[in-house]
Structure formats: C-alpha cells, structure tokens
Design a protein around this ligand. Structure first.
Ligand code: 6AU
Length: 264
C-alpha cells in the first residue's frame, strides 16, 4: 500500500507532477505540516507566512478574507514560497458548474490559477467541475484535491458521497492528486492519492461552530492521512507561532516515521 511508504518513495514513482513536487518537498524539509493562515489583513498574512515558512510543506490561504488584498500580496506570497520552499494552496472550495469555476479559477480579482499551486473543489456538481478547472490549471502545472470528507460535525460528506468522490478522482488522475479527508483513500498499489487532513489540534477538541479536532497521531498514524492542516492551533497564539509550528511539525513528522517503521 503506497500510503505506508516513505514520502521519498512515493515522490519517485508518482505520475502526477504536483503530487511528486509535494512529496519531494516534504521529504526535503522533513515536514508534513500545512498551516492554514486564516487572517484578514495583508500584513498579518505575510507575517504568518514568513514565520511558519521554514516549518511547512504547504501554506494554505483563504485569499477572499483579506480585507486589503492586492496583487502585491500575491507577489510577496510567491516570493515567500520560493524563499522558504513551500507550495501555496488556495482553499477556494470551488462548487459550481464547470464553465463558471473555470472563470473563478483563472479570472476575476484573484486569478487564483496564476499563483496557487494547489486548490480544492467540492464534488457536488459532478465531474464537470474537474473538467472546467483542468482547462485552466493543467497547462500551468497545477493540481487539485477533492473534498471527500469534511471535518465538521454533521457534515454530509460521508458514505456514497465520499465513495463517489473517490471514484471521480480515480477517473481524473492527471489533474486530481488527492483529497481533503479524514482517512486514507488508497485501496490498491495502482493509486497514490495524497490526503490532506484539516481539523487537527493538540490542545482542544473543537470550536463553537462545529469544527472537530484530532491529534497528528490519530490523523497520520491511525487514519493514514499524509498532511496535517493546522490553523488556529498555530496562528492563534501570535507570540508563539514559531514554537507552535515546531511542535506540530514534530508531532506530524514523528507520527509519519512511526507509520513507516510499523510497515517495514
Ligand atoms: O485549524 P482550524 O480549525 O483553525 O482551521 C482549519 C482550516 C480552515 C478550514 O477552512 C479548513 O481547514 N478546512 C477544510 C479545508 C482545508 O478544505 C475542510 C474541512 O473539512 N475542514 C476545515 O477546517 O481554513
């Protein structure tokens, strides 16, 4: 099962350019941590990106919550991604018909495809959403992940919905390289999807709005996910950002090493 191999082994064999780049980066930096930088000003976003940069494989953004967004923010984020060697993941959660998401991805104020290495999409509309995003993203070397399971209480992303979402990914492996999910999705040696798991926290079990947290140990070792996404657990304590990033990075990496060890 590819899930239990090292990130280096998975990088070496991966047919999808985006996944390959991500696994190589994870191995090089020894990190499976992604920080969700859900802050609402340009200054804060750049400060968080610069502070967590050395510790992460992926910086996750919600660009539409930044009140003073401008092109210079994007230019600076891209410069930081090169300085610190991380990928940018705009968490846009596309959810419309193929023709509309194509424009939302490539055009408008944000022009997401021009700077975000990875983005994500809901599967509610069916496979046309993947086709629309692919038209814009594939020529630029981008990849997407599908929301197969959400982290929140009462989420409808379960059962047949999840199964069908995985089937959609299997039919589109040139562009879809993984999932937002809570457990591994690989079922045979022929596939190697990257699972990025949000809802990760070491100190609390949830928030007042339905979010649910599990530990890096549960997510990586017990559930077979590949990347932990941590937001408030890291940027929520502005004076401790680097200390918390170090703590989550170690927890995530140790859980991964233990997983590899158990399957040798
Ligand atoms: O650690 P938190 O709770 O502060 O932040 C979690 C981050 C947020 C959410 O928008 C995102 O992860 N997220 C997602 C993603 C990444 O697609 C899906 C999901 O099911 N739950 C979730 O929290 O930026």
């Amino acid at each position: 099962m590819n899930t239990n191999k090292t990130y280096a082994e998975r990088a070496a064999r991966h047919p999808n350019a985006c996944a390959k780049q991500l696994f190589e980066l994870m191995e090089r930096k020894k990190t499976n941590l992604s920080v969700a930088a859900d802050v609402t000003t340009k200054k804060e976003l750049l400060a968080v990106a610069d502070a967590v940069g050395p510790f992460v494989c992926v910086l996750k953004t919600h660009i539409d919550i930044v009140e003073d967004f401008d092109q210079d923010l994007v230019d600076q984020l891209v410069a930081l991604s090169k300085k610190h060697d991380f990928l940018i993941f705009e968490d846009r959660k596309f959810a419309d018909i193929g023709n509309t998401v194509k424009h939302q991805y490539g055009k408008g104020i944000y022009k997401i495809a021009s700077w975000s290495h990875i983005t994500n999409a809901h599967t509610v509309p069916g496979e046309g959403i993947i086709s629309g995003l692919r038209e814009v993203g594939l020529p630029l070397g981008r990849g997407i992940i599908l929301l197969a399971e959400m982290s929140t209480k009462g989420a409808l992303t379960q059962g047949a919905y999840t199964t069908e979402s995985v089937a959609m990914a299997r039919r589109n492996q040139d562009f879809v390289f993984g999932f937002i999910a809570q457990h591994k999705m690989n079922e045979s040696d022929d596939e190697d999807f990257v699972v990025m798991a949000p809802g990760v926290g070491l100190d609390v079990v949830g928030d007042s709005l339905g979010q649910q947290y599990r530990t890096p140990h549960q997510v990586i070792l017990e559930s077979g996910c590949d990347v932990i996404i941590v937001g408030r657990g890291i940027y929520g304590k502005p004076d401790e950002i680097e200390a918390q990033a170090t703590r989550y990075r170690e927890a995530g990496w140790n859980a991964y090493l233990e997983r590899v060890r158990q399957h040798q």
